[in-house]
Structure formats: structure tokens, C-alpha cells
Design a protein around this ligand. Structure first.
Ligand code: GCO
Ligand code: MG
Length: 395
């Protein structure tokens, strides 16, 4: 079998996504997700200009070789643009392999060790009151076993539903000391509203300095967080060690990691309990299964990143990894609105706190290209944060 065509598809059904479709001379094609919020066009250009010429005429079954070719073969290693592009292609190649074998992706990864996937959803809302009401409703009406709160404004506000290109990021306020108080109060109020039978995850979104993160995590401890997500920025490894040593709540970390080697110290030193890389950011399925195996060796669980800005294709890939990994912990089920479901057919479904996927060869998703074309892409930027004094703060 030989690859005959590689197509990038930029589309914006309310939010920007980048898909990859690889066609072969056998008629089998595969689809992948290469979305990188705020930089989609750069990833598409890399695929179109540099990677596609390397793929045409290749055997799609040589997945590991292609991964190494792109990661090591450019001499320059990794980075968000390269790894996202690599992921879109990697997913599409695994999808082709599954379709060729007539087996779902999880079967190629070793088969199921579980039948359903525990998940959590995002509590959203404009005001604290709205969010608390939604948290209670999630538990009562939707049967969620675990819910997720986030420090600060709802994610990526200002990048949705654009009718024209943005020319720079929207600015959000973030004043650490004030927000520290609000962050604590919010968690406590939600805990009081939903009781102690429900898991509550708190995404601190890398927004606190180590000293503030330690104070906050310790203040939250009596309210039993399911885990604290990304409390500090990932850049200084020693800060993670410091936070770990001074706190006892479970820590989930790593949505900004871009490779296995970045995850390594956190896993081997037991600085984290859950590794939560974004499959797209680490170069796809080929790398995710290596990270999962590494984490299993050290009793660290997986909690792959699954927000609304990764598409149903990635949510499905996460599911295949989750059912076939012994050390699966929990899956983020970011709220996706209906429109992306018109563009991507197939994918996971939710019932009573768990995710399910119907058996189908490969990943089990397809792109409706005509519908994708009806939602034109508009360049958008992720927001930034600034403090009262004007200084930039991690968003
Ligand atoms: C999460 C994440 C996201 C990110 C988003 C950026 O835990 O789901 O923090 O909400 O902010 O993926 O594009
Ligand atoms: Mg997060």
C-alpha cells in the first residue's frame, strides 16, 4: 500500500480545528487531528510544505519509522508546531492500519482491559452562582461522578464563533492574591453544594507561583480534591518537586509537555499522580503509548488532556488508549458544542459518568469535508493574562 494524497482541513465550527486526511492507493484513508489552539495555520503550513512531500509514495504501515523521521530526522527536535503536525499524521496512519486490519484502534494497542471510561466534565458559567448551580445539575441530572472546576475565566473565551480573523489576543485580568481567595472560596462552595461523594478536580491552569500554589493546595486539602491540575508553570522542574514535597493532595500535570523526556522526571520522581499530556502536543498515538507504559512502571495514572479544542477524533483516540491501558485514571470530557459533531462523524458517547465508543475499524471517526467547508477558518489567538500593574501573567 502507498500513500497517494495528504490533505489538511482547517475549519471553524464555532472553534478552530485542523484535520489531516491521508489517502492511499488501496482506497483506504485515515483521519487525524492536528489542532493547536491559536497556531493552526502554522501547523497546516508545516504539513503542506514540508511533511506531505515526504509522505507521498510511502508505505503507511511504517508508522514508527515516520515518527522517528520527523522527530529526529529534521535534526531540530520537537516543539508544539512539529509535534502537533506529527500527531495529525500519526493518527491518520494508525487509522489506516486499523481499517486495513478491520480492527478498532484499541485492538492494535493490545485489546481492552476495561469496557467503559470514567470521565469528568467542565463546570462552566458566567458567575460563581451559575457555576455552582451547574455543578449540582451535572451530578444530579447527568450522573457525573467527577466534575472539574477551573481557576479564572472560562477557557479561551474570546476565540469562539469568530466571523473574521483576530489580529492579536484578548487580555484577561489576573491578580494572583485576589484570585487566590476567590479560587479557594469557589471550591469550598461547590463542595458544599455537591457533597463528598462526587470527585472535584481543580484546574489551576499553571497560574500560581509555587508558594501560592502550596498555600492553596493545603487550604483545599480538607475539601478532598480528586486531583489538583497543573498548579504551577511547567518550566522549572525543581518547582514541581518543591510543591510536591509541601503538599499531600493528588497532583495531575503535563498538558503543556511536548515529549516523553519532559514527563520523565515528574514520573520517575513521583512528583505527580496523574500524567495528563495532550496527545496532539506529544506527537500522537505512537508517543502516548510509550508515555503510558512509562507511567505504568512508576504507578502513575493517565488523565489525557481532553478539552473542547481537541476534536472528537482525539477524544476517540483517548478512549482507545484508555480502554487498553492498565494505568488509566480518568478522562477529561471537555464540553464540545453540537457544531463540531456535524463535521466529525462518529466518536464517543456519554452515559452516567462514563464514555463509550462503538466498535469500528481504526479510530472510528470520519470527516464530512463538505460540512467542514461551510465553517471557514478564521485566525484566532488564545487570550493572555495581565496583572493590575500591566505585567504579563501565565494564562
Ligand atoms: C484543560 C485545559 C484547556 C486549555 C485549552 C487551551 O484542562 O482542559 O486547561 O482548557 O486551556 O486547551 O487551548
Ligand atoms: Mg488544564
Amino acid at each position: 500500500m502507498k500513500i497517494t494524497n495528504v490533505k489538511t482541513i482547517l475549519t471553524s465550527p464555532n472553534q478552530n480545528y485542523l484535520f489531516v486526511k491521508i489517502t492511499t492507493d488501496s482506497g483506504i484513508y485515515g483521519v487525524g487531528d492536528a489542532s493547536l489552539n491559536g497556531r493552526e495555520q502554522a501547523v497546516a503550513d508545516l504539513i503542506d510544505e514540508y511533511l506531505t512531500p515526504m509522505l507521498i509514495g510511502r508505505d503507511p504501515g511504517k508508522i514508527e519509522d515516520f515518527w522517528q523521521l520527523i522527530y529526529r530526522g529534521s535534526y531540530w527536535r520537537g516543539g508544539n508546531i512539529v509535534m502537533s503536525a506529527l500527531c495529525g499524521i500519526d493518527m491518520a496512519l494508525w487509522d489506516i492500519l486499523g481499517k486495513e486490519c478491520g480492527k478498532p484502534l484499541y485492538a492494535l494497542l493490545g485489546g481492552k482491559v476495561r469496557d467503559k471510561v470514567l470521565c469528568y466534565s467542565h463546570v462552566l458559567g458566567k458567575t460563581q452562582e451559575e457555576k455552582i448551580a451547574q455543578a449540582a445539575d451535572y451530578v444530579k441530572a447527568r450522573g457525573l461522578k467527577v466534575i472539574r472546576l477551573r481557576a479564572g475565566l472560562p477557557a479561551a473565551n474570546g476565540t469562539f464563533g469568530l466571523k473574521e480573523d483576530q489580529n492579536g489576543p484578548v487580555t484577561e485580568p489576573w491578580n494572583p492574591e485576589e484570585e487566590w481567595e476567590r479560587t479557594l472560596e469557589y471550591f469550598v462552595k461547590v463542595r458544599e453544594a455537591v457533597g463528598y461523594d462526587v470527585g472535584i478536580i481543580y484546574d489551576l491552569h499553571e497560574r500560581f507561583s509555587p508558594d501560592r500554589a502550596i498555600r492553596l493546595i493545603n487550604a483545599l486539602e480538607p475539601y478532598r480534591p480528586f486531583f489538583i491540575e497543573d498548579p504551577i508553570a511547567p518550566d522549572c522542574l525543581d518547582s514541581l518537586r518543591y510543591v510536591r514535597e509541601k503538599t499531600t493532595s493528588p497532583i495531575a500535570f503535563g498538558e503543556l509537555y511536548k515529549s516523553r523526556w519532559e514527563c520523565l522526571p515528574a514520573i520517575t520522581n513521583h512528583w505527580i499522580d496523574y500524567i495528563r499530556c495532550d496527545i496532539i502536543r506529544i506527537g500522537g498515538i505512537t508517543e502516548a503509548r510509550k508515555i503510558a507504559a512509562l507511567a505504568e512502571t512508576y504507578d502513575v495514572k493517565t488523565a489525557w488532556h481532553g478539552p473542547n479544542d481537541v476534536s472528537p477524533i482525539t477524544h476517540a483516540v483517548n478512549w482507545h488508549l484508555n480502554v487498553s491501558s492498565y494505568n488509566f485514571g480518568i478522562q477529561e470530557d471537555g464540553t464540545t458544542d453540537g457544531l463540531i459533531r456535524e463535521v466529525i462523524r462518529g466518536g464517543i458517547s456519554y452515559r452516567d459518568g462514563y464514555l463509550y465508543l462503538k466498535d469500528a475499524p481504526g479510530i472510528g471517526c470520519d470527516i464530512d469535508e463538505e460540512t467542514a467547508a461551510r465553517y471557514p477558518f478564521h485566525k484566532a489567538y488564545l487570550p493572555i493574562c495581565r496583572q493590575d500593574d500591566g505585567a504579563l501573567h501565565t494564562w
